[in-house]
Design a protein around this ligand. Sequence first.
Ligand SMILES: [Mg+2]
Length: 435
Amino acid sequence: MLHLDLDAFFAAVEQRDKPSLRGKPVVVGGVGGRGVVSTASYEARVYGVRSAMSTREARSRCPHAAFLSGRFHAYRETSRQVMGLLRAASPLVEPLSLDEAFVDLAHAGLPDLSVETVTAFAEDLRARVMEATGGLTASVGIGTSKFIAKVASDLRKPDALVVVAPGTERDLLRPMDVRVIPGVGPATAERMRRVGIHTVEQLEAVSEDEMVRLLGNAHGHWLYSLARAEDDRPVVAEREAKSVSVEGTYDTDLTDRKLMESLLTRQANEVAGRLRKGGLSGRTVTIKVRLHDFTTLSRSSTLPSPTDSAATIARLARTLLADLDTTGGVRLLGVGVSGLADWVQEDLFGEAAEEEVEVLPEVEVPHHSRRTWAPGMDVEHAEHGRGWVWGSGRGVVTVRFETASTPPGPVRSFKDDDPDLTPWRPPEPEDEDGT
Ligand SMILES: [Mg+2]
């Protein structure tokens, strides 16, 4: 089993595309008052900046960092390249998020699965990831199970390869904190600490009956096995489509309620069309709304019987939107219909699983929407060319003119309604297999 994890992914993409930030502290996340850090570059981590920390605290720890709101189109495109490489290597690839995946090496067509063979394979893979992504590094772990592969990829981050030889798994785990085990969060760890269990070795000494008494049935059996490095979870390449959903991200924060309603209606039409094409219908309608500060909300409503009607889906979606406070501006809207399970698989940013979401082509920039210049966003100036927003306020927007393929560029300021300055988006990638 191989686990690949791109290092400080969002921040690394920003450093790739913004040469003046290479080697400098970069923090990607919500830049507003309630924002949280999604990813900090390793240079920012030195100052104690961490994922999920409030941006306010991050600013106090590392005031000289570049604080950027995310550019999901760039992260998605880079992720697509990496997942493509993995799928070319093995048909069994299970993405966990945009920057992480398991690969089943038993199906990779290798002559054998010796430590030497898989090491050479992984080094070659890391080199190809770096080449395909324009310089991003990946940490890779290889082991006899998902659990061990994931532990291994985390062991010497960043830019590292760790292969755990068969038979050495338990020696590796024993000195580790119990929180290394998936499912052992702060609450479970605290419960164990109270009975004197800190390390995996101490956990290993607990009998299965005791473990079940301590942690409950399901949890107890699971941890008893994992403490012994027993994990036979397979790589699941194709998850059954449990929902149909459509979403769109917007370069300008939407504030006009009528506009949002018409976008939702348009998305509902697309969802209904895809449902009918697939002979599907669903009972639960969900909307997803990402606010200007990166808070992501989803709201659902369940019908008494399944529907594939555009009008019904749109009406429910608009009703759900009516209950949300969107006065601060909205940067993403989505509509989904599901029958069996939750649509949105939330992570820090509330990204839905990639393969289940169809991203809408860019909407015409609405003239009645306030134009915001989010720090980090791509822009183009009629005279100076492409660059990114370095900062804005008091009617002025400051742009650094550079791209991934230029040297660090100069900074210039403009009035924030300068007609020569426009948001820049790459052309939509062609829809290919598997994305
Ligand atoms: Mg990562």
